[in-house]
Write a protein of this length. Sequence first.
Length: 309
Amino acid sequence: MREKEKGVLVLDAGDLLSKKYSNPVPENGLKMATQKDQLIIESLNLMGYDAMGVGDDDLTLGKEFLLEISKKANFPFLSSNLSDEETGKFLFQPYLLKEINGLKIGIFSLLSPDVFTGQGDPRKKGLIFRPPVETAQNIVKELQPKADFIILLSHLSYPKDVELAQAVTGIHLILGSHTGIYLAYPPPTKNTIIVQTPPKGMYAGRLDLVLHNNGSVFYNTMTKRSLENHLNNLNNQLNSTQASEAEKAQWRKAKEDTERSLAQLHGKNEFSNTITPLNEQIKDHPEILKMVEEYKSKYVETGKPLPPK
């Protein structure tokens, strides 16, 4: 659930509303699917979401349904490169500006046509996809005068996230999805932090930022911790009476290199990333639990195992 402290953003990069797509939902399953999506939106409202990027699976019931259900959300659906085929206009809000503790944050979202199953994928019906890299360049250019920190909610896939970070400057953080990989200790790509967690709400990722300046260079606090541990080990080795002079000379050189690396981190912005499994040890919100039980009572077949929590 959303923390009560200030300075917290709750974001998602898509694929929250439906399971991984394989076939269109059959007619006799539409009511169950629509009510499940409504339950998810009501739950996200209670969680205090700030924004959600649109993923391919969110379009399982079609663009009209997604537009309609987005109106029930207390937070915006974002998509910077998804347009309506009939009007040519953005299907959803292209970006969001938020101010957190005096920091102006710009948030936008991209959905790649490459993540769909092909040209005949019915989820793409009535949609136009603007090129992701070109769109990112234009959106970043528009956001830079308005925002100190720019976040991309990406539904491109991790390899494409890395390519985008290398091609487009000015994005500080890419919150990625679709590929659903476990990135516990992500290294920055150029000056962009790329994070991602496994899909379908099985894990929650928390990124903590410490800003020392207005620069775009960040380092992972795990890097600093590793260097400090290495330096401590080197000092212990140098204090050993059993070491030869040749060994101590090597260790002194390694110590100087490590101290130099630590000095280079001084004053730079830092981040830490934590991925937490959402298992039975995490307490359910009572209102959400009540809604889930009501849904199960209507749609889970007798004798059929309940889905994992």
